[in-house]
Write a protein that binds this ligand. Structure first.
Ligand code: MSP
Length: 513
């Protein structure tokens, strides 16, 4: 594994017109898992999330609740910043775009781009979707409505706006994406999303309207206070302003912007063009995941089928919720979830799979080895389980973890770890250690030692996904300190020390009815 100096990861900043649901949860949990994994690899990590608080949509929602926009933002933003720690999400900074420092820095940057000659004034006539907070074309619509917001009317707009010369940057962006040696090179993943962006770029792109005359809830254009900055333009800059506000400039630029597919164009085209215009460096990678559907249906307010993070925690516990999110993470295609699917998965993988393996092995060791790790001959070549090679596939699992997590493939990573759990379980059934405890002590000890060692590898592998469970397993194995303090611990095989006290407490995951 390569050691990098730093890893800067971000989630989108969420609109405060809605309270957190499973869609927001999936991106934030995924970012936390990746942040923890990179810390585990010894890197310095900066993990950013936050809320997007300006624009017509938020002003409209505030009006409905009879609150001033700022009061409304304070209220809803708190529902996001409060829920994430409950899911054991350890972000480093929570940015709010109503933060005056953010506003000031965005104005400075925009002024710079204006002075450079990349911004001009012109009349805009077009259709606007307030739900998306973006201009749409006739061809984007289905039966005259935006497909993402079919309950809203698109609005015909005609006003004088400031425009950013986006079209000027199209040739540079195409080269930057395609050519790995280009000074502005950045990656877009999955591959299908990269192709989508490239073909749209090649089809031709218009300049971008970056101000609004009619939206007062926003940051004023510094040289013309009668207009506000288009909410998407200022929102994108949160990734930069956060590093300035927190004096974490050394983390800039981001290594990974984790986003949903519907906001790919903003993140993989508009953002980079603005950065080049502002003379700032570009992110390393944009990963656009797909969507959750709920029991085959689109998640929506009107259907009332959205699942909240709190409901998930109440039913499955914090680590249960994190596992279910990660194992259904819609990396490449949409992923269908629902209460029944979640309950089945929880019982199969956590109560029966991981929980049962840990209980089985620790109980065997407690009953037959005086509650201690048994002593063994530490020559790995004479280890029967090594020769057998199946249960010691954990090295292969580590290779999978490293490879898959380098591209946000959370569910595949878990599949690899769970295959190993199933192998360990099968191994116990085949070797029947309980029959050997009295008959063949040497072999019994080897088997139990190998299984304890496998569990300790598993504890380490699941750490980014389920930190509390991981630490609980490490505690039961007498290894808690090692797990927390020693990055790269996984490279050592003989960390389970004979004589260490072990203790099985209670099932890690009680079954759910
Ligand atoms: N405010 C903008 C982002 C600005 S970033 C500079 C925004 N906010 S949002 O509140 O609408 O959140 C969008 C994000 O929520 C998506 O990109 C995605 O991460 C997540 N999801 C919302 N619904 C989702 C699903 N049904 N499934 C999975 N994730 C989806 O857009």
């Amino acid at each position: 594994m390569k050691l990098k100096q730093k890893f800067y990861i971000s989630t989108p900043i969420y609109y405060v017109n809605d309270i957190p649901h499973i869609g927001h949860t999936c991106t934030t949990v995924a970012a936390d898992i990746l942040a923890r994994y990179h810390k585990l690899c010894g890197e310095k990590v900066f993990f950013l999330t936050g809320t997007d608080e300006h624009g017509a949509k938020v002003a409209e929602a505030a009006k409905k609740e009879k609150l001033s926009p700022k009061e409304f933002c304070d209220k809803v933003s708190k529902t996001f910043s409060d829920i994430w720690p409950k899911l054991n999400i350890q972000y480093d900074y929570f940015i709010r775009t109503t933060n005056p420092d953010h506003e000031k820095i965005v104005q400075e940057i925009l002024e710079r781009i204006y002075k450079k000659g990349d911004i001009y004034k012109a009349k805009y006539v077009g259709l606007y979707c307030v739900g998306c907070e973006k201009f749409v074309t006739e061809s984007d619509l289905v039966e005259g409505k935006c497909p993402l917001h079919p309950n809203r009317e698109v609005i015909k707009q005609s006003e004088e706006n400031y425009f950013f010369k986006l079209s000027k940057y199209v040739p540079i962006l195409i080269e930057a994406i395609e050519n790995e040696n280009h000074p502005y090179h950045y990656k877009i993943s999955p591959e299908s999303k990269k192709s989508e962006v490239l073909s749209k770029l090649k089809a031709g792109v218009n300049d971008l309207s970056i101000s609004r005359a009619e939206v007062s809830w926003g940051i004023p254009i510094p040289w013309d206070k009668s207009q506000t900055i288009y909410v998407w333009v200022e929102a994108l800059f949160n990734y930069y302003t956060a590093t300035k506000i927190t004096k974490n400039e050394s983390f800039w630029p981001a290594n990974l912007h984790l986003i949903g597919k519907e906001i790919l164009w903003f993140h993989a085209v508009i953002w980079e063009a603005l950065l080049i215009a502002a003379g700032l460096s570009l992110p390393e990678k944009i990963f656009a995941h797909s969507f959750y559907t709920i029991d085959g249906q689109k998640m929506s307010k009107s259907l009332g089928n959205a699942i909240s993070p709190q409901e998930l925690i109440d039913k499955f516990g914090v680590d249960g919720a994190r596992y279910l999110i990660a194992s259904s993470f819609p990396a490449e295609t949409d992923s269908d979830v629902g209460w029944e699917k979640f309950s089945k998965k929880y019982n199969a993988d956590l109560a029966n799979g991981l929980g049962n393996l840990v209980a089985r092995v620790l109980t065997l060791a407690e009953l037959n080895c005086d509650g201690q790790v048994p002593s063994v001959d530490h020559n790995p070549d004479s280890h029967p389980l090594r020769i057998d090679n199946k249960i010691h596939n954990w090295k292969k699992v580590w290779q999978d973890v490293d490879k898959l997590l380098s591209d946000a493939r959370l569910s595949e990573t878990l599949e690899s770890i769970w295959k190993f759990i199933a192998e360990a379980d099968k191994y116990i059934n085949q070797t029947k250690p309980w029959e050997l405890a009295k008959k063949n002590r040497k072999e019994f000890n080897w088997i139990i030692y190998g299984l304890l060692d496998s569990i300790h590898q598993i504890a380490w592998q699941i750490y980014p996904f389920m930190p509390q469970t991981s630490i609980e397993i490490a505690k039961q194995l007498g290894l808690e300190k090692l797990l927390i303090q020693t990055p790269l611990y996984k490279d050592s095989w003989t960390n389970i020390k004979p004589g260490t006290k072990i203790e099985f407490k209670q099932p890690l995951f009680p079954r759910i009815k």
